[in-house]
Design a protein around this ligand. Structure first.
Ligand SMILES: [Zn+2]
Length: 263
């Protein structure tokens, strides 16, 4: 049980931040359940519905009402649970893609602001992984300096593959994210951290923060999920360790991305 949430089945959820519970799906996907105000919540990238239903139903006391789904992009491992969640709860679907996500209620665009409960959500268009990828920067309530849900755009020490856009487009998207405050907590769509850190160290073997990160992530992965498992990282740390944020221009970024594809 973590701060009022109790679960059965699935890997134990993680709560590093008050009011956000991290659920896991498939091999390495993350689903984020965010309490927007007492008794109400929204979910980010539900690739599967069951972990979310489990989380809602197994909460101690009254189950919160799921009011909204936010999706970062159309891939099935981020949207596979949307239809079932919407059907059972009647929640609204917010998405940046008009054609490729079923059940859309509100199409969002770059710069749009959404208020859900006590929270403010800024939509940041980040084409690269897909043409319509969107990141959500959430502030307010108890979220401190802000939490950034990055889907498959920015990972801890890595970035998403270029499925639908050029390296220049993705580089420019990542630069937009890098302009957010260093104290922003980055919550990505997958746990690829260990592989990403291993790759980054081949590029910068003398980077001390990277060496520290490798040792942290290896210890954590050996220990397995469950408290004190840490998900995500701070944007300030990403700027010190993430080779894709450290690339000096889009040409360097594109060549790095190619290298990583072959790693
Ligand atoms: Zn994807």
């Amino acid at each position: 049980m973590v701060d009022g949430w109790m679960f059965l089945g699935y890997k134990p959820p993680v709560q590093n931040v008050k009011n956000i519970t991290v659920l896991t799906a498939f091999e390495d996907n993350y689903i984020y359940l965010v309490e927007s105000s007492p008794g109400r919540c929204f979910v980010v990238d539900p690739g599967e519905a069951e972990p979310v239903f489990d989380a809602l139903e197994n909460r101690v006391g009254t189950a919160p009402t799921l009011t909204h789904i936010l999706t970062t992009h159309h891939h099935a491992d981020h949207t596979g649970g949307v239809a079932a969640l919407k059907q059972r709860t009647g929640c609204k679907v917010i998405s940046p893609d008009a054609k490729r996500i079923a059940g859309l209620d509100r199409l969002v665009q770059d710069g749009e602001l959404i208020k859900l409960g006590d929270l403010h959500i800024r939509c940041i268009a980040t084409p690269g992984h897909t043409t319509t990828s969107m990141c959500y920067f959430v502030t307010g309530g108890s979220l401190g300096s802000g939490v950034l849900f990055t889907g498959d755009t920015l990972f801890v020490c890595g970035c998403g593959r270029l499925f639908e856009c050029s390296g220049q487009t993705m580089f420019e998207s990542l630069q937009k994210l890098a302009a957010l405050p260093d104290k922003t907590l980055v919550y990505p769509g997958h746990d690829y951290t260990e592989e990403n850190v291993r790759f980054a160290i081949t590029l910068e073997p003398d980077n001390k923060p990277l060496q520290k990160k490798l040792s942290e992530v290896q210890t954590q992965n050996q220990r397995g999920h469950g408290p004190p498992y840490k998900v995500g990282s701070m944007l300030g740390e990403e700027k010190r360790i993430n080779p894709f944020l450290r690339a000096k221009d889009w040409q360097a970024f594109t060549s790095l991305r190619r290298k990583k594809d072959l790693f």
